[in-house]
Design a protein around this ligand. Structure first.
Ligand code: C2E
Ligand code: CA
Ligand code: CA
Length: 543
């Protein structure tokens, strides 16, 4: 019972998790994917800006190389002409300059540009380029320019022009000086802290600034020189997530509820079937059918097997295959077994007084073989029927015998009551035969699936024969189930099999029918006496 509640609680928990997990997981995945895509965009833009900066530096290199190779003095008329040509070669370069010791000597922009005020300068970078920031051009207040210089040859640049082509409302763009952390060009929101390397904990150039809610790419173009920042607000991604959630959460909840509903229906059905079975046990809605067992050698009925049926209140009869497995799972099988034994007493007490040597087979479930209550119940049954009346056989499957070591004690206690043990459905269960030597069995029942193929060309046609030989070598009696034809009966008789059971001899019948059936298929003295039979005795001695 406790188990059932645990299972129900687990099912509910699983359904709840099932409802949430896919929604949360897909949202999480979608967000990760959106962030990945954004970083790809930011990387692309930062690479393009880097290329712009790189091509500007190329201009200085070319200017310097051409001036040197021409031999023109920098500020000579010919030199100035050359410098002017470079000054108009690029959209970003405002003017070319020649500097000496941090001062402008001459400029392609004429006297105006000569009056520019150079701001702080960086030390030379690896490529020999030095950067002057906060450069002011007379007459253009409020605009900060940058000067790039190599060996005196310099370019005056309006750095915003480097980033302007990439400006978009959803992007923050900047060039910065990694020495002083100042922005030299900027577009959009740009907290000062982004220029410091400490923000980038992984040092891979990517970071999320949770305070301002931005994804940021920060790259240094030249060590100790210019850096580029491209960023985008997370708000755009969050908006996309909200859109996702708008669809996914209701779908997820509906799916989750459907699963939950199904789980509840299953639990309810299980519980109601259990309650129904329990009611049937208490109200005695069961009856037994008895299927005759014959001695193949002299064609007489030597016993029967008790087969259980459940009769619903509306009269429908449920076969055992439909409720025994459920009773086993629901932990009710021992109550069912108790009921079966009570029914045997009720049905056959009178019959056994008339036929005390008549054998009756009763089916036990694996759980029955693990409980010492079972021999107790069997003893109660024997006592109620009357000492010496009836010879009982319990039928156990291989499954039941293998499951627990405790079955050994139960089997021994059953034997001690003079009750025989048969292995039912032999050959259909486990491949290990080791248990045959662990236990003491009296009868081996060949499963009906082997009977039907025994007289055919089927691959399994030899199995029944081998089982019979195996039983013989172990000193056990054999009972062949499911004999439906004269041919099968003859086949097994010729193999020396002693017992047979099946529709050929008789279908399962009510107790009253059995009472009428038995006298027609027995010799007058048969079933007279009863003694406990030691293992391996031939059938003739049993009857
Ligand atoms: P089982 O012990 O192997 O019982 C034999 C089954 O084969 C019975 O089905 C019987 O009606 C059927 N049968 C007998 N002769 C023939 C034949 O010639 N041809 C064919 N095709 N079938 C034949 P039933 O009564 O439906 O029982 C099914 C199973 O339910 C039994 O198999 C047994 O495992 C289980 N069972 C029946 N009664 C009880 C019971 O009281 N307690 C427990 N634990 N299990 C039971
Ligand atoms: Ca059986
Ligand atoms: Ca069987």
């Amino acid at each position: 019972m406790k188990n059932r509640y645990q299972i129900a609680a687990l099912l509910l928990l699983a359904a709840a998790i099932l409802a949430c997990v896919p929604v949360l997981y897909s949202l999480h995945q979608a967000r990760k994917q959106a962030i990945r895509e954004k970083y790809v965009l930011l990387d692309d833009v930062s690479a393009s800006i880097s290329r712009q900066v790189g091509s500007t530096i190329d201009v200085i290199e070319r200017l310097r190389a051409e001036m040197r190779s021409s031999g023109d003095a920098p500020c000579s008329p010919a030199g100035l002409l050359r410098m002017q040509r470079f000054g108009i070669s690029s959209q970003i370069v405002k003017s070319t300059l020649y500097l000496e010791q941090g001062k402008v000597i001459c400029s392609s922009g004429g006297l105006l540009m000569q009056q520019i005020v150079l701001g702080p300068q960086t030390s030379r970078a690896l490529d020999g380029v030095r950067v002057y920031t906060q450069v002011q051009v007379p007459g253009l207040p409020g605009r900060e320019y940058v000067v790039l210089e190599k060996d005196g040859y310099a370019l005056l640049i309006y750095p915003d022009g480097l980033i302007a082509p990439f400006a978009r409302p959803d992007l923050s763009l900047a060039l910065f000086n990694s020495v002083d952390g100042r922005y030299t060009a900027r577009h959009g929101a740009l907290p000062q802290r982004w220029t410091t390397a400490t923000m980038d904990k992984d040092n891979d150039g990517h970071f999320t600034d949770t305070e301002s809610g931005y994804l940021v790419v920060r790259r240094l173009l030249r060590p100790g020189g210019t850096g580029v920042i491209v960023a985008t607000p997370l708000a755009a991604i969050n908006a996309r997530m909200a859109q996702f959630a708008h669809w996914f959460i209701p779908i997820g909840i509906i799916a989750g509820l459907a699963v939950l509903g199904m789980a509840l229906v299953m639990i309810r059905r299980q519980w109601s079937t259990r309650a129904e079975l329990l009611r049937a046990i208490n109200k005695g809605h069961f009856f037994l059918m008895y299927q005759p067992v014959f001695c193949l050698q002299d064609d007489t009925c030597i016993g029967a097997e008790a087969l259980l049926r459940w009769q619903h209140e509306d009269g429908t009869v449920v076969p055992p295959d439909r409720f025994i497995p459920f009773a086993e799972d629901a932990g009710l099988i021992q109550l069912v077994t108790r009921r079966v034994l009570e029914l045997v007493v009720k049905d056959l007490s009178g019959f056994f007084r008339q036929y005390p040597g008549f054998r009756l087979g009763v089916n036990l479930s694996p759980r029955d073989l693990q409980s010492m209550d079972t021999p107790q119940l069997l003893a109660d049954m024997q006592r109620a029927i009357g000492p010496g009346n009836g010879r009982f056989v319990v039928e156990a499957t291989e499954r039941g015998l293998l499951e627990e070591a405790s079955a050994q004690d139960v089997v021994a206690a059953i034997h001690a009551l003079g009750i025989e043990i048969a292995i039912d459905d032999f050959g259909t269960g486990y491949s290990s035969l080791a248990y045959l030597t662990t236990y003491r069995f009296d009868i081996l029942k060949v499963d009906k699936s082997f009977t039907s193929t025994a007289c055919t060309e089927a691959v399994t046609s030899q199995v029944a024969t081998h089982i019979i030989e195996l039983a013989r070598s172990l000193g056990m009696q054999t009972l062949v189930e499911g004999i439906e034809t004269q041919e099968q009966a003859d086949f097994f008789r010729n193999k020396g099999v002693i017992y047979g059971q099946g529709y050929f001899f008789g279908r399962p019948m009510r107790a009253a029918e059995l009472s009428a059936f038995v006298p027609l298929h027995t010799h007058p003295e048969q079933h007279a006496g009863t003694t406990t039979q030691p293992r391996g005795r031939p059938a003739a001695a049993l009857d």
